[in-house]
Ligand binder design. Sequence first.
Ligand code: P53
Length: 477
Amino acid sequence: MVANSFPEGFLWGGAVAAHQLEGAWQSGGKGVSVADVMTAGAHGVPREITDGVLPGKNYPNHDGIDFYGHYKEDVALFAEMGFKCFRTSIAWTRIFPNGDETEPNEAGLKFYDDLFDECLEYGIEPVVTLAHFEMPWHLVEEYGGFGNRKVIDFYLNFATTCFKRYQDKVKYWMTFNEIDNQADFNNDFAVMTNSGLKLGDNNEAAMYQAAHYELVASALAVKEGKKINPDFMIGAMINYTPFYPATSDPADILLAQRINQRRFWFSDVHAWGEYPKEVEAYLERKGFRSDFTAEDQVVLKEGTVDYIGFSYYQSMTVSAKNGDADHLISPADAVVDNPYLETSDWGWSVDPIGLRYGLNELTDRYHLPLFIVENGLGAVDQVEEDGSIHDPYRVDYLRKHLEEVKKAVTLDGVDLMGYTPWGCIDVVSAGTGQMSKRYGFIYVDKDDEGKGTLARSRKDSFFWYQNVIKTNGAELD
Ligand code: P53
């Protein structure tokens, strides 16, 4: 008989990131981050990254959903759902407003003490991302972001400050959110949010060098973190998007493999402490990542991660008609529609089986515990006259994904630590800056123009997820 449940102690919860919900962008001495210079976009309308904060522009992250002022109320709602954990990030600019200070900002540190204490009161474990698209803008302007080796030291100071301060409150950490987004190296949002890079003449070369510095920074953080508290679990965090071949044509299959290699290499280095062969050969051939020292090599080996955290939203499909494996410009150029999959209102494919596939792929590749730290459906919600919010589409998406997760755990032997669906409370969308692209179990009264009471209310999915947690995943209906 197949066990119909998740392991004991499974970390059910939800995920957010500081810049998307806290607001209070200048409170308690907080500095300006890259998220603070991004305007509101829309589906098909990219967010503009402005040269600092300019008058007359709409920057939705400045106010977020004012979690800074509402966190007690929000954590109480998470507890009501039965959360075992809560994934958020620490806004780098609350701790080091400019990024290059030697001493941290006490008011910023205090905010997270209070937040983590609040969680722990309810038995909710904080799960913390250190860098979630929140680099201090000053580091971009003054140093060129992670294009500069010096930024490794600033990141390390930030990481160790957090490790020391919260060593008895936080056990689960991740070093960089979705570090592999920048595989899409011609995308200004991806390279800015990951590395603090601006697009230029040779984006691919710049990306490989910056990502290398980030991987060294991550390894150093893991090493230091383990000295501070050997019980820490410090993970990688990737955006797991499998790329499927459009047909059984071997040219499509080779192309898909190549694109997956060019995304996996980030977590390969995190997990193995060394570069995979194909990427190493490519970098050599192209003369990329010229600054790679013997010491880096040692550090990467010494600071490998304890688990692989990942987001999963969708799969993508590629065709060699648009560029074969050896003449690939950017993965995005080879993407085609998958006729077997439906898409969300924002054009993201919906592929629950892809999650089971991914759990198996990642397990085979890394032999490490996995943590699904994001999954969900961005959708428009309608508030009824009586204030209720019926969101069966969200429940349907999550249920189908959890059914596949359950098979991976109970049939395929995958070692899974937990599941934290994205945007457990409505937040500002990272990709579009919209409020109307909602993921939450908890609705927040705020629109794309920033208007609303900020009142919180429970959607139908709130009660569904509460029961999922209560039954430890035995009941998904
Ligand atoms: P939004 C791109 C592709 C997949 C996930 O995304 C991504 C992105 C960046 O937009 O981001 C992750 O809000 C990210 C979160 C983000 C979430 O997915 O664009 O870690 O910050 O909000 C959902 O719908």
